[in-house]
Design a binder for this molecule. Structure first.
Ligand SMILES: *Cc1c(COP(=O)(O)O)cnc(C)c1O
Length: 360
């Protein structure tokens, strides 16, 4: 059989594939380990059942009810008042980001990221024929205003991509940096806040800067803190002009009626779904301290995962943990590994396994 005539730039590539292995302790893709409560399951199921009764019709293309629920959520939880015209949801923030790159990137355009950072950014760029360049973060994985501004000067991007807190390092961005970049840079600035709800107190969100900068976009997701990864809903918050622009590329009826109904019901149960976040934050801080106590290097984390190292053979450490039923993630700079924060008993299993694999 001859090979399919696949696009030449895709031919040698492998698809995204964090292993989905059936092991007892899964700490590899930064999910919230707490499943929805019985009452929340019931409320979401009822909302979905209602939507099922109307599945002969296409869903609301503009997802008005869901956007309204997101507006309420932002106002209640974050104290941020935005208009429905400033919020746009899609199937995960992955799709939001792809839509942004389709709208503002494209052939001849360049996006700048700060490495190590989210492994999907190069993929969104490749898929939209956007040139992706990276500049290395500081030794402690932070990004200073000076570093960011120099990177912009050196690479002349059209889009600057910041993840804050950053994946895989957990590092949050000082807001003054976003502010300085937005003030001096002519292009689009995207701040990916997938892990915002986990940030330590006192770490502000870029949402607070939106009213000042028309070219700033903040993306969020229901996949992480919100315990809704399986529902596939992410969203952006920006100026109405950005939301209008994205309409040009979004597929018609991109968000199914089932997704819209489930996500709207989930947002009504926000207090319940987010109930575990405090515990996860404190367990994260405990884990950072414990790892440092064992002599590991640990990146400061504002997220629900911790990047730690440095191992001469991190693959062997990863495999050793897996052999003991604990799946973590091989990602980030050489010699480092990333572990998501799970339930207290999962974290106990992780610690015990690590003590066996890497004796103190
Ligand atoms: C997990 C993650 C996302 C979001 O994924 P979705 O499930 O598509 O919303 C976005 N950005 C970063 C940095 C992430 O780690």
């Amino acid at each position: 059989m001859s090979a399919l005539p696949i696009r030449s730039d895709l031919r040698s590539l492998k698809p995204y594939g964090a292993p989905q292995l059936d092991v007892p302790v899964q700490l590899n893709v930064n999910e919230n380990p707490f499943a929805p409560s019985e009452p929340t399951v019931r409320k979401i199921s009822e909302a979905v059942a209602k939507a099922v009764a109307g599945l002969n019709r296409y869903p609301d293309r503009d997802a008005i009810v869901l956007r309204d629920a997101l507006v309420n959520y932002l106002s209640k939880r974050e104290g941020i008042v935005v208009d429905l015209a400033q919020v746009w949801p899609a199937n995960g923030s992955n799709e939001v980001m792809l839509q942004l790159m389709q709208t503002f990137g494209g052939p001849g355009k360049r996006a700048l990221g700060f490495s190590p950072t989210y492994s999907m950014y190069p993929d969104y760029c490749r898929d939209t024929f956007t040139n992706y360049v990276t500049v290395a973060r500081n030794e402690d994985f932070s990004v200073s205003a000076q570093l960011a501004l120099k990177a912009i000067e050196d690479t002349s991007p059209d889009i600057v991509l910041f993840a804050s807190p950053n994946n895989p390092t957990g590092t949050a961005l000082d807001l003054s940096i976003v502010e300085q970049v937005c003030s001096r840079f002519e292009g689009m600035v995207i701040v990916d806040e997938a892990y915002a709800e986990f940030r330590r107190s006192g770490t502000p969100s870029a949402l607070t800067l939106l009213e000042r900068f028309e070219r700033l976009v903040v993306t969020r997701t229901m996949s992480k803190a919100f315990a809704f990864a399986g529902g596939r809903v992410g969203y952006l918050v920006a100026s109405p002009a950005v939301v209008d622009a994205v309409q040009l590329v979004r597929l018609p009826y991109h968000l199914s009626a089932l997704t819209q109904a489930a996500a709207t019901a989930a947002l009504e149960q926000a207090d319940d779904l987010l109930a575990g976040v405090e515990l996860l934050r404190s367990q994260r801080d405990d884990l950072v301290e414990w790892l440092r106590g064992r002599g590991h290097q640990v990146a400061q984390s504002d997220a629900n995962f911790v990047l730690f190292g440095k191992f001469a053979d991190s693959d062997a450490v990863w495999q050793g943990l897996l052999d003991r039923g604990v799946l973590i993630r091989q990602t980030g700079p050489d010699g480092w590994l990333r572990v998501s924060i799970g339930t207290p008993s999962e974290m106990m299993s992780f610690r015990q396994a690590l003590e066996e694999v890497v004796p103190g």
